[in-house]
Design a protein around this ligand. Structure first.
Ligand code: ADP
Ligand code: MG
Length: 239
């Protein structure tokens, strides 16, 4: 059985069709990459999966549970965690407090939430930054903070929106190994990623989006050689 089933999702913003009849599945334990040019509808798809936006058509399921129509906190409690492309930590709060806010989505007991948060911070290598203010972190560290916040909700499925985007080159290998460690530990992941080196290192399957539509879905080697993917996204240099 699939862990995540996305079936015929269409999402419009006025005249803009951000997602057009999108379908794909994620098996338990799988790491699926999503690629596509800016504006292809990748982040919108995560918004629809996590209940931030409701689709005009289609359905999302986590195993047999219907997610469509649920609020973000309900989707989070069912086990879908996500990071945002645009980072928005609470700058005036400490790293631990930021992650505790995430943990409180799932458990109401503040002391317990703090322990979960600390554990999530250790997991992403930010344990020693727990008491630092979020505003003092580098971009790479903020990406880790985002990851910790998502992990603190104890997700079964993790959606990562451009985790390596805007991060200095030196911090990228560490982020890759972190995601690979999570995957090896059994986490199912969907990863939006622009860096082809990163996606080729991680993904078992790639879904390519263009103008809101799925134009390819398959093994990384096949998708990156697909004519439409090369034309729409990768360009001749890559081919
Ligand atoms: P990607 O993440 O692939 O770069 P997005 O999902 O952010 O693409 O955007 C897809 C399209 O939907 C773009 O044309 C974008 O301008 C539009 N869009 C996204 N969110 C909104 C919104 N909240 N209101 C209006 N248009 C939006
Ligand atoms: Mg985006």
């Amino acid at each position: 059985m699939s862990l995540l089933s996305v079936s015929g999702i269409t999402k419009r913003f006025g005249g803009v069709v951000a997602n057009q009849n999108i379908s794909f599945r994620v098996a338990p334990g799988e790491l699926v990459g999503i690629i596509g040019p800016n504006g292809a509808g990748k982040s919108t798809l995560f918004d629809v999966i996590t209940g931030i936006e409701w689709p005009d058509a289609g359905e999302i399921r986590l195993e047999e549970r219907r997610l469509t129509g649920l609020r973000p906190d309900q989707v989070s409690r069912l086990g879908v965690g996500r990071t945002f492309q645009k980072l928005r930590p609470f700058q005036g709060m400490t790293v631990l407090e930021n992650v505790t806010v995430g943990a409180l989505q799932k458990c109401r007991d503040v002391a317990h939430a703090r322990r979960e948060a600390q554990e999530a911070l250790e997991r992403v290598g930010l344990g020693e930054k727990a008491d630092a203010y979020a505003r003092t972190l580098s971009t790479g560290q903020r990406k880790r903070l985002e990851l910790a916040r998502a992990l603190a909700t104890r997700p079964r499925l993790l959606l990562l929106d451009e985790v390596t985007g805007g991060v200095d080159q030196g911090s990228i290998p560490g982020l890759i190994s972190l995601i690979q460690d999570l995957h090896r530990a059994g986490m199912s992941l969907v990863v939006i990623e622009h860096n082809m080196r990163v996606i080729m290192a991680m993904a078992q399957r790639i879904v390519a989006l263009h103008l809101g539509e799925v134009i390819a879905d398959g093994p990384p080697e096949a998708v990156t050689r697909d004519r439409r993917v090369v034309e729409a996204y990768l360009g001749q240099a890559y081919a």
